[in-house]
Design a protein around this ligand. Structure first.
Ligand code: FAD
Length: 310
């Protein structure tokens, strides 16, 4: 087992992690980035990103490829399929366990960029039919539903974005919203209302997902009248928010807020010296531009912190 020491280990390869690595490398720090899946984070799941300044409209996946390519120019290639499964203090350093088990790494500092993850509906059939019609990512799984009928659960920005995408390829799209009002930005109102294929169902609760080998329906309840009905759909895409990916934060014993996001102070410092956090895991506004900015702040703070150690 080889042990290597780096200046900073960045956990997570979304926009926060990639930007943190870019800024750290520009400060000539020795950097490693670890990512459970492939780089890109949740932004790679966005069908279209239309609010990243300087780029009017781009697929989320493409934006993240551009970020990763930019980082590569600085000689950093995140390790993919490399979940950090444990971090513990070892003197002034941190020891990381990486998923493949072969490798341990020592780091003088950590930037936690583990982001957040979709919230599950928690209804019968959801787990059973995951990958068989139930999905949390239209970009990943959407093209398989061409000419079919789908339901989107959650009419926030991500749900609206997905509904418009599916309206372009599907026969019909139900957009199901628990609350009396939609949660999406006003820019979505006109295109959603103008799209005949989208049926917006307010005050409606998804109750159960049904099927045989694959999804064939979703049972919904009108929250005013209490009547239930079955909608015949082949796909159910869930967009009801997210929860922090805080396993490592908890393991390290970092202070969390009431919603279990990592508490940070000035310069994105977490509650243990040498540990910083950036992006969605801090509970800041969950947006790509914010995550990127937050990663930049954390990296510069790491630089200042390491200077102080010398
Ligand atoms: C469907 C969808 C559409 C969106 N659309 C937009 C949009 O149009 N515009 C916008 O500004 N924002 C959008 N967002 C929000 C935006 O994607 C997030 O705010 C942003 O990705 C957060 O970046 P992050 O780097 O903090 O975390 P994430 O993007 O969540 O990345 C965290 C990464 O850390 C990895 N990770 C977690 N734990 C570990 C571990 N132990 N070891 C190694 N790796 C780990 C995860 O696999 C993940 O890749 C959207 C989000 C979703 C889900």
């Amino acid at each position: 087992m080889g042990e290597e020491t780096v200046d900073v280990a960045i956990i997570g390869g979304g926009p926060a992690g990639i930007t943190a690595a870019l800024y750290a490398k520009r400060k000539a720090l020795n950097v490693k980035v670890f990512e459970t899946k492939a780089v890109g984070g949740q932004t790679a799941d966005a069908i279209w990103v239309e609010n990243y300044p300087g780029i009017k409209k781009i697929r989320g996946m493409e934006l993240m490829q551009k970020m990763a390519e930019h980082l590569k120019e600085f000689g950093v290639e995140p390790e993919e399929a490399a979940e950090v499964t444990g971090v513990k203090k070892k003197g002034n350093l941190f020891e990381l366990d990486i998923e493949n088990g072969e490798e341990k790494l020592l780091a003088k500092s950590i930037i936690l960029c583990t982001g957040s993850k979709y919230k599950e509906l928690g209804v019968p059939g959801e787990k059973e039919f995951y990958g068989k019609g139930v999905s949390y990512c239209a970009t990943c799984d959407g093209p398989g539903f061409k000419d079919k009928v789908v339901a989107i659960v959650g009419a926030g920005n991500s749900g609206a974005n997905a509904a418009l995408f599916f309206a372009g390829i599907c026969k019909k799209v139900y957009l199901i919203e628990f609350n009396e009002k939609t949660g999406f930005d006003s820019v979505y109102a006109q295109p959603i209302n103008a799209e005949a294929k989208i049926e917006l169902m307010l005050n409606t609760q998804a109750v159960e997902i049904e099927g045989k080998e694959k999804v064939n329906g979703i049972k919904v309840k009108d929250r005013k009248g209490n009547e239930e009905k079955m909608l015949a759909v082949e796909g159910v895409f869930v967009y009801i928010g997210s929860v922090p990916q805080n396993k490592i934060a908890k393991q390290l014993g970092l202070k969390l807020d009431g919603k279990e996001f990592v508490k940070i102070g000035k310069g994105n410092e977490a509650s243990i010296k040498g540990v910083f956090a950036a992006g969605d895991i801090t509970g800041e506004l969950a947006q790509t531009i914010v995550a990127a900015g937050s990663g930049a702040i954390a990296a510069v703070s790491v630089f200042e912190f390491l200077k102080g150690l010398k």
